[in-house]
Design a protein around this ligand. Structure first.
Ligand code: SD4
Length: 314
């Protein structure tokens, strides 16, 4: 029998997202509403990793990327969005009220304001201000073409600095949530402040349909976290869903997509993290990552989240 409803999110902080999604699902609500609630909760949490509390870019501005996709392949994404608290809700508004699927930067902000979203102060959260300050000590501002050749390249998280360098409270900055509702429909969302201290204007995989998120209600859904460039290179989450279409389990599909990434960038793969998380129509769940340390949170039936560790290539 299909286990449903069910909600899964990347990382152990996925508990915050799942806790907000679960009441919607438990009442028989729609997956799309559940994943939006998940996003709102995590974007509100200044102690976590995404939303306006996240780390800024090299110029000190927080720029947000997010997308959402429903069971009918309706989708919306926003990128390089500043001073708006809930990018996923802006993405949903775009999906539901316009013929478009992707808005960026100033235009995305303008659209948000026109739709009643509030312009926030743009001030960094105390934690982010602290990590920006310590980042500035070692890394002078220098947009370089080959960012991966930088001297101060941090270990284990690709060319950019990992989040929250000093206090170690978390090392990621993306939340992906996938839900299967009581009706058997799938939806998902992905929201991020992006890689900490990224170049200004840089956009990762998170707001890109087929990058940070893909949902195919016939088959399953997938989301990703980690070095966005590597996910984009292989259209990662679309690839995971296609592997499931070909009969692989969610974990096998995530594993095969990870192997594809490693094959594309064998040398660099030793230094970056990418993790995929997937669910199929049967409510089976799986994940796989390039490096150790990727985990995810599963909430179903009893409403309590369970943190699971993903297997990894290395
Ligand atoms: C990005 N995928 O901007 C995001 C970052 C991330 O954990 O997932 N960090 O590339």
């Amino acid at each position: 029998a299909v286990v449903k409803p069910l909600v899964i999110s990347t990382w152990d902080s996925g508990q915050i997202a799942n806790n907000a999604a679960w009441p919607v699902l438990e009442k028989g609500g729609k997956a799309i509403d559940a994943v939006e609630q998940a996003a709102i909760a995590i974007e509100n949490d200044v102690n976590c990793c995404v939303g306006l509390g996240g780390n800024p870019d090299r110029d000190g501005h927080v720029t947000l990327d997010a997308c959402i996709m429903d069971e009918k392949a309706n989708c919306g994404g926003v990128a390089f969005l500043e001073r708006i608290k809930h990018p996923v809700s802006v993405a949903r508004k775009l999906m539901e009220t316009t013929p478009h699927v992707f808005l960026v930067g100033e235009g995305a902000q303008q659209f948000a304001l026109a739709n009643g979203f509030k312009l926030e102060s743009g001030e960094l959260s105390p934690d982010a201000a602290q990590s920006y300050k310590s980042w500035l000590k070692k890394a002078e501002y220098k947009p370089v073409i080959n960012v991966e050749l930088q001297q101060n390249k941090p270990k284990g998280h690709g060319p950019f600095a990992p989040s929250r360098l000093e206090d170690g409270s978390f090392n990621h900055d993306t939340m992906g949530t996938l839900a299967l509702d009581a009706n058997g429909d799938l939806s998902g969302m992905c929201t991020t402040s992006g890689m900490g201290f990224k170049m200004r204007g840089r956009v990762g995989d998170s707001p890109i349909i087929g990058g940070g998120l893909f949902v195919d209600n016939e088959i399953g859904a997938a989301t990703s976290s980690g070095q966005g460039e590597e996910v984009i290179r292989v259209c990662g989450t679309h690839l995971v869903v296609e592997f499931m279409r070909n009969g692989l389990s969610p974990e096998e599909a995530c594993k095969k997509a990870v192997e594809r990434i490693v094959k594309r960038s064998p040398e660099r793969a030793k230094t970056f993290q990418v993790g995929f998380l997937a669910i199929n129509k049967q409510g089976e769940i799986g994940a796989y990552a390039v490096q150790k340390g990727f985990n995810y949170t599963v909430t179903g039936q009893d409403g309590k989240g369970k943190v699971m560790n993903a297997k990894s290539y290395f």
